[in-house]
Ligand binder design. Structure first.
Ligand SMILES: Nc1ncnc2c1ncn2[C@@H]1O[C@H](COP(=O)(O)OP(=O)(O)OP(=O)(O)O)[C@@H](O)[C@H]1O
Ligand SMILES: [Mg+2]
Length: 438
């Protein structure tokens, strides 16, 4: 019998390569490393996760390199142990008030009459060249929003199209070079190469925003500890990004100061009993808190928590609104608002956001299209780290072989077993001399 060995392209890739991707979210409160494997069907297989409390960070940037390095190293180590692979490089998130964005255009003449790869590179470069950056600034992303050939817009893939003029609209994101360098050096000192810096809301959007929402127009607000990061999509493309200096830590600080309790108690009470809208709590409900510096417990109305939290959360959503009005994009979103980040987990956050943002529909976004250890990252807090790994998988699928650590992960063991039991015997049978045909 002749054995047919028809391995699909995907199966060959699955068996013959050991490719892993890693996303590293160096947040103000937590450092999260996600190790994953690109799944040829478009999902992301989560292999390992390392989460540690952040150190040496404030407002989304590194303020103490040594402390940050120690914390990053520990986060990477935990993810590596869990995944059973060694990470050589990672996609790393960038955030903070130093980030700025603008939309610019570029135009080139197409001498051959057919748009080639070189023309596309040239037109994007011409758009980049039109951005005036200060000496301290560097371009982090140049994201294409639209191409037009001979004035005809919405050309998704101009390569190979007939035409004599190519135009592009791009969203350019810049950041302060020294701030990005400090982050990069902390990551490198932790033993990992930065494969790419990615603006955090761009990565978060990858994990939580659907294509339909991008087309309709959508606001993403990632409420972290130190910053609330915003990204706006319109007609399928990113058109605005911003990092605003108020987030979950401000809520915790308000509670600690106004209730006179320890910050860690304020954090715990916020997570357990906090609400974004005071009216969500019955007037008679009370909770116990411990007065700062004493062991003495006191009972306070739970509604008081809402009364303290609500103005700060309203301030955050108003900052988002003002920022978008100023940038001219507030009116362009038909798809509503997606909240993510740890701060989105506050009870009532979506309701208050909708009330503040003129009744736009608001939903909480958690990463989707995952397999493997998906349960451990299925929360808005992990959206950025997962999005970074997704971007790495998207850009670099199968191109970043990583050395398996001793005792490689379960996936690799089962792939090897499948190779040995199913494919090798088939290959051997094929290679064996065939009996002469009669
Ligand atoms: N269940 C919860 N309810 C309310 N707030 C929460 C909850 N869980 C986490 N948070 C808040 O989320 C914030 C941390 O969010 P996240 O982990 O996304 O931040 P980060 O990525 O470390 O910081 P940043 O993105 O600002 O650099 C903290 O202020 C924390 O109090
Ligand atoms: Mg964050």
């Amino acid at each position: 019998m002749r054995v047919s060995l028809t391995l699909s392209h995907d199966q060959v890739k699955t068996v013959l390569t050991e490719s892993y991707v890693a996303g590293l979210d160096v947040g103000t409160t937590r450092i999260r490393t996600v190790v994953a494997q690109p799944d040829p069907r478009g999902a992301l297989r989560i292999l390992g996760l390392g989460v540690v409390p952040a150190d040496g960070l404030a407002r989304g940037i590194v303020v103490d390199r040594d402390k940050a390095t120690v914390a990053i190293k520990e986060s990477i180590h935990r993810a590596q142990v869990r995944a059973g692979v060694e990470i050589a490089g990672a996609y790393v998130g960038v955030s903070g008030a130093h980030v700025a964005c603008r939309n610019v255009t570029g135009r080139v003449h197409v001498p051959s009459g057919e748009v080639g790869h070189g023309d596309i590179e040239k037109v994007i470069q011409s758009a980049r060249d039109s951005v005036r950056t200060g000496p301290e600034q560097q371009i982090i992303h140049t994201l294409v929003r639209d191409f037009a050939v001979d004035g005809e817009r919405s050309i998704a893939r101009p390569e190979g199209m007939r035409g004599s003029r190519l135009d592009v609209e791009v969203h350019v994101i810049t950041g302060v070079g020294s701030i990005i360098a400090n982050l990069e050096e902390s990551v490198m000192a932790a033993g990992v190469r930065v494969l790419k810096h990615v603006l955090e809301p761009v990565a978060t959007a990858m994990a939580v925003i659907s294509e339909a929402e991008r087309d309709l127009g959508v606001i993403l607000a990632d409420i972290g500890g130190g910053t609330t990061d915003v990204a706006v999509f319109s007609e399928g493309a990113i058109c605005h990004t911003a990092s605003l200096p108020a987030a979950g830590n401000h809520v915790t600080r308000d509670l600690a100061q106004l209730l006179r309790i320890e910050p860690q108690d304020a954090e715990a009470v916020k997570r357990r009993y906090g609400v974004a809208l005071a009216e969500m709590v019955a007037a008679e409900e009370t909770v116990k808190v411990r007065e700062v510096g004493t062991e003495q417990e006191m009972r306070i109305p739970r509604r008081l928590l809402g009364e303290i939290i609500q103005p700060r959360m309203e301030e955050i959503f108003n900052l988002v609104k003002e920022n978008l009005i100023l940038a001219g994009f507030y009116e362009t979103v038909g798809g509503g608002v997606v909240l993510s980040g740890g701060g989105a987990q506050l009870v009532g956050a979506a309701r208050l956001a909708s009330a503040t943002l003129d009744n736009l529909p608001v939903r909480i976004g958690a990463p989707h299209r995952l397999t493997g250890l998906e349960d451990s990252v299925d929360s808005p807090s992990y959206a950025t780290a997962v999005g970074l790994a997704m971007m790495a998988a998207h850009d670099e699928a199968w191109a970043m072989p990583t050395r398996p650590a001793t005792g490689a992960g379960p996936w690799w063991e089962s792939a090897k077993a499948w190779w040995k039991q199913t494919i090798l015997p088939a290959v051997r049978r094929l290679a064996a001399p065939q009996a002469p045909r009669r």
